[in-house]
Design a protein around this ligand. Structure first.
Ligand SMILES: *Cc1c(COP(=O)(O)O)cnc(C)c1O
Length: 374
């Protein structure tokens, strides 16, 4: 592939940050860049505590561990998501309950969540936490989601792995719920090559997750362990890379937004084609642009466009296969209305990286023209 979906956008500035961290001697998974990176992300998002971890998956896992979620617990979760969200629930032995989405955005439907919580309560299930996911960089409709979750006395863990830099009602992604999770994986809007973060205003949760991430050592001179720990801390070197990326986050979002607008223009005359997320993306970080194609109206399918792109070395990918359809989810329940399945069947994510050149984008556009005009 010559043009990738969302490759890392890393340059000279990041090289300097990483080299400076190496030269400082702080090569262990602790150090001034890690502490500074946590503070800078917390300040940017508007939360009081941030814990740098080895992945977004680790952040999801440790939030659930810290809250004592385990076997016998049911966790309502977006069905339209990357496997990591659901895997974390399985790590602790709890049972995911898949909740379908708003067909326009792919984000968890507040009405279906309410139905799910009522039905689970009626059947006597224990539901300690709900996990909605900010789909492709658009925040979940947090006002009703939080209201319904609180009404059922559950905690809210916001999976903001895809939405760093987005806002909702003027508040930053990563500041919603009782805790939020960011990912700095290589394909995300900014990267530490691999990394993640737990964000929260709950000081005790942050302290416990930090402890759990470093093998849960008790604060004594010898190695004393009163609970099972993990090796999940973010390295200081990678935090330095993150600090460099963070200075460029707004510019990277701006570039991805440019692609979003150009895609919108390219498909504006194509009947039966819509941009996932709807017309109003002013608050989104535009991490990935995805289209949803109704072939009965358009006369071509998302798969046709994907195949034409592959032929000339342009990477595209179907939108997440709903988790309730995955082999690992056999036997698990959900509150489903078919919306996620339609998005999966008709959707395609398009090259959206901030390092993509105008020339590369022009070749993507010519493939779009060849499929939409014929
Ligand atoms: C990327 C992603 C994760 C996992 O993050 P990692 O840092 O790769 O572990 C979790 N949830 C969602 C929705 C993601 O897109």
């Amino acid at each position: 592939m010559k043009i990738l979906l969302s490759p890392p956008d890393v340059g000279d500035l990041e090289h300097e940050y990483v080299m400076a961290a190496l030269r400082s001697g702080w090569v262990a998974p602790a150090g001034p860049d890690l502490a500074a990176f946590e503070q800078e992300v917390a300040a940017r998002v508007g939360v009081t505590h941030a814990v740098g971890l080895s992945s977004g998956t680790a952040a999801l896992h440790l939030a659930l561990v810290s809250w004592g979620v385990g076997p016998g617990d049911v966790v309502p979760v977006s069905t339209l998501t990357f496997a990591a969200t659901v895997n974390a629930i399985r790590y602790v032995g709890a049972t995911p309950h898949f909740v379908d989405c708003d067909p326009e955005t792919g984000n968890m439907s507040p009405a279906l969540l309410e139905q799910a919580l009522s039905e689970l309560a009626a059947s006597g299930q224990r539901v300690p936490v709900v996990i909605p996911v900010d789909m492709l960089g658009k925040c979940v409709d947090y006002a009703p989601i939080a209201e319904v979750t609180q009404a059922h006395c559950a905690l809210l863990l916001a999976d903001a792995a895809e939405s760093f830099g987005a806002t909702y009602g003027g508040r930053s992604a990563g500041s919603f719920g009782d805790a939020s999770v960011l990912s700095f994986n290589g394909n995300k809007i900014m990267t530490t090559s691999g990394g993640g973060m737990l964000l929260t205003d709950d000081e005790r949760l942050a302290a416990h997750v930090r402890k759990l991430s470093t093998q849960a050592r008790e604060p004594v001179a010898h190695y004393e362990h009163a609970e099972i720990g993990f090796n999940y801390r973010l390295s200081n070197i990678l935090a330095a890379l993150g600090r460099g990326q963070l200075t460029r986050l707004d510019n990277m979002i701006k570039r991805r937004r440019e692609w979003r607008e150009r895609y919108r223009a390219n498909f504006s005359k194509s009947l039966g084609v819509r941009i996932l997320g709807g017309d109003d993306d002013a608050q989104d970080n535009c991490w990935l642009t995805a289209i949803v194609v109704d072939p009965l109206v358009s006369g071509w399918t998302a798969t046709d466009l994907g195949a034409a792109m592959t032929e000339v070395g342009v990477e595209t990918r179907p939108i997440w296969k709903p988790m309730h359809l995955q082999p690992i989810s056999r036997g698990l329940g959900g509150t489903l209305d078919g919306s996620a399945e339609t998005i999966f069947a008709q959707g395609l994510t398009l090259p959206s990286g901030s390092a993509m050149t105008d020339e590369q984008f022009a070749s993507v556009e010519s493939v779009i023209r060849s499929v939409t005009v014929s």
